[in-house]
Write a protein that binds this ligand. Structure first.
Ligand code: GCV
Length: 652
């Protein structure tokens, strides 16, 4: 079928008001026209063009032969043609064109062909029915009382980077997420997102047949249980005909699952897949599992899922966190990705900065996700999910620069080969200005920011030495009686008089063995193990000689200090950006960077002074010495829940 729409629009400007609040995200083109009222995804594509495009005529054309959601943009003789196999492809093509316009790039003589790497590019919201957001640092849930104007910006922002799915509720799912009342709310949201090509999904509580349905069991092989799920799924599809499917956290951190009834993950996932199949729905079944008894949390996903490889229905995708433990500043990739050969898999990244300074630290996550893709072939995955960092704060993400992580997630889900530099460049030009005096230095800050965070928090392979509960600051000593070992930092850092680090070699927990041979050999041997994951795999002696020639202890000290210096440099760079940024955003970012520099010192001093009680070695003379005192820091606690962003970090 061929349909063509000609659009002629004139006049265009990028907003440059003096005080911006960040609510427009990277979509800062001003409307130049009032669009006619049209419906559907194609209608949205036309509306966006009519409203914002300042160039010559554009033809939107449905064309067979292109993969779904892909598009071409060709322009000759002043006319631009966007062609796609489906309406969503047309919409993505329109956003591409508008992006070029907003960045001030040439919009003529175009010959562009874009095809997404994954059919499913999906946000996971950890939003609770009471409006709190687990690990949410940007206010409350946007879905609690959805404001149509905000929902429109949310939908536009997602579609502008190709995100086409959203899970509305927390993986720690309440049974009431499936109550008729909540389903009506989900329907209302689905209706608002559908014109932007976005489908909704829900996280489910595996025990819903009992806790919501009043049945005696939730055994996935029980006929009554299956009937309950069928009825529930039918109810959902009556309300939301294009409903995407379920996300499931089962038998993990206290959530119910099929193992409670003597069944396997495959039994549970396949039962749900069976009831969703007639509606073309899918199951995203998470592999985030670990038990307190195991000798190594990092081993457990492979231990539980490898025996099930090949047993999952074809509309089940196993959703695996990028690393084997839990969204740490640096982890090696989860070995399940290369071990499983017969099961569709998707990666789960965490956009919200649970372990990376919440909404206070500027940490651009594209380099971390690109690092993952340097180990795991993008083509070996079916889809990409990201735990959203979105709330009802005016600027959506709590920190203006955290918006870049939402943007980066979408761009990488579309094309995992885009470089961090390109993503940062695009985002800065759209969100702030195309002035190179801002773009160049801030691009460098963004690209360097993840490594800086690793340096001041957990260099050389250290992991999970966060404060208990909210995970904001350092607490390598946190080990209260009665808390399960794998929720305490000493389980991970294993500091003693000999050295530091978790022996995951074949002499330890043999986690290294879960990797393909070449990597296994590299990781298993301390002299070949990359230093950036050294204490992840080895218990490293304090006097071990590093590649720099320093002892391990001295290197550790220097890495922490490098991190502090880097954040101070970021602040200094931002301070010089004042002429190019509106006052409000300038001040807000500056305040956050000040918190970050102080937090970096806190991390360095707390960790080094604490580890020094084991190493008994001096802090090297040629670096800045701790400015705090360990006793004071050990008494200091930030009393916040896992639903809040700290107003500031260490403040003694
Ligand atoms: C939604 C970590 C987080 C939890 C989160 C869990 C998960 O443990 O701290 O808040 O729960 O991961 O991903 O399921």
């Amino acid at each position: 079928m061929m349909a063509a729409f000609l659009l002629l629009i004139a006049g265009w400007s990028v907003a440059a008001t003096n005080d911006e609040d960040g609510s427009r995200l990277w979509l800062r083109l001003d409307a130049v026209n009032t669009p006619s009222s049209v419906t559907g995804v194609k209608g949205t594509a036309m509306t966006e063009l009519q409203t914002y495009w300042q160039g010559g005529p554009v033809v939107l054309k449905r064309q067979k032969g292109l993969p779904m959601d892909g598009y071409t943009i060709t322009s000759t003789g002043g006319k631009t043609v966007i062609a796609a196999a489906n309406d969503a492809g047309l919409l993505y093509g329109v956003y591409h064109l508008l992006r070029l316009q907003q960045m001030g790039q040439p919009c003529t003589n175009l010959s562009i062909r874009e095809v997404p790497a994954y059919d499913l590019r999906i946000l996971n919201h950890w939003d609770n029915p009471n409006g709190t957001v687990e690990r949410g640092f940007a206010g409350r849930s946007i879905f609690l009382n959805p404001d149509p104007a905000r929902m429109k910006i949310y939908a536009r922002a997602n579609a502008s980077v190709g995100i086409n799915g959203t899970v509305l509720n927390n993986v720690n799912a309440k049974p009431e997420a499936l109550s008729t009342d909540h389903l009506q709310k989900a329907k209302a949201i689905a209706d608002q997102l559908r014109p932007y090509g976005i489908r909704v999904y829900l996280s489910i509580n595996f025990a819903s047949p009992i806790r919501l349905g009043g049945l005696k069991t939730a055994d996935p092989l029980d006929a009554e249980v299956i009937r309950w799920w069928k009825d529930k799924v039918n109810e959902i599809y009556k309300l939301i005909p294009d409903f995407g499917g379920f996300l499931v956290k089962a038998n993990s951190e206290g959530e119910p699952g099929p193992q409670d009834f003597g069944r396997t993950h495959a039994d549970g996932a396949n039962m749900l897949a069976g009831v969703l199949r007639p509606h073309k729905g899918i199951v995203m079944w998470r592999a985030f599992v670990y038990k307190p008894q195991s000798s190594d949390r990092a081993n457990q996903a492979c231990e539980e899922f490898m025996p099930l490889d090949g047993q999952f229905a074809d509309n089940v995708i196993i959703q695996i966190k990028n690393g084997p433990v839990d969204f740490q500043p640096r982890e090696p990739y989860s070995p399940l990705f290369t071990a499983m050969q017969k099961t569709p898999m998707m990666v789960e990244f965490q956009i919200t900065q649970e372990y990376l300074g919440a909404a206070n630290h500027l940490v651009f996550l594209a380099p971390m996700w690109r690092e993952f893709f340097s180990f795991v072939k993008p083509a070996s995955l079916k889809a990409m999910a990201g735990v959203a960092n979105i709330g009802d704060d005016t600027n959506w993400c709590g920190h203006h620069f955290a918006q870049a992580n939402w943007y980066a997630f979408g761009r990488l889900a579309w094309n995992p080969a885009i470089t961090s530099e390109q993503i940062a460049d695009e985002w800065l030009r759209q969100t702030f200005t195309g002035d190179e005096r801002l773009v160049n230095p801030m691009k460098q800050v963004m690209v360097d920011s993840r490594e800086a965070a690793v340096n001041y928090m957990m260099p050389l392979g250290l992991h999970h030495i966060f404060a208990g509960g909210h995970h904001y600051g350092p607490e390598p000593w946190y080990n209260p009686p009665g808390v399960r070992a794998d929720w305490t930092p000493p389980y991970y850092h294993r500091a003693d008089s000999i050295g530091l680090g978790f022996d995951r070699t074949t002499k330890g927990t043999a986690n290294a063995r879960q990797y393909p041979d070449e990597l296994f050999r590299l990781y298993n041997n301390i002299s070949t193990c990359p230093e950036n994951v050294l204490t992840w795999f080895h218990h490293v002696p304090w006097d071990y000689r590093m590649k720099s020639g320093r002892t391990f202890w001295d290197e550790l000290c220097h890495k922490y200090d490098d991190g502090v210096r880097q954040t101070r440099h970021f602040l200094a760079v931002w301070d010089a950006m004042k002429p190019y940024v509106d006052n409000r955003r300038f001040d807000e970012v500056q305040r956050k960077l000040r918190i970050q520099t102080r937090d970096a010192e806190w991390w360095r001093d707390a960790c080094l002074l604490y580890f020094q009680t084991f190493s008994h070695r001096p802090i090297p003379q040629d670096m800045e010495h701790p400015v705090h005192n360990l006793d004071e820091m050990m008494k200091f606690r930030i009393n916040i829940t896992m639903y809040e962003n700290p107003v500031c970090g260490y403040n003694k």
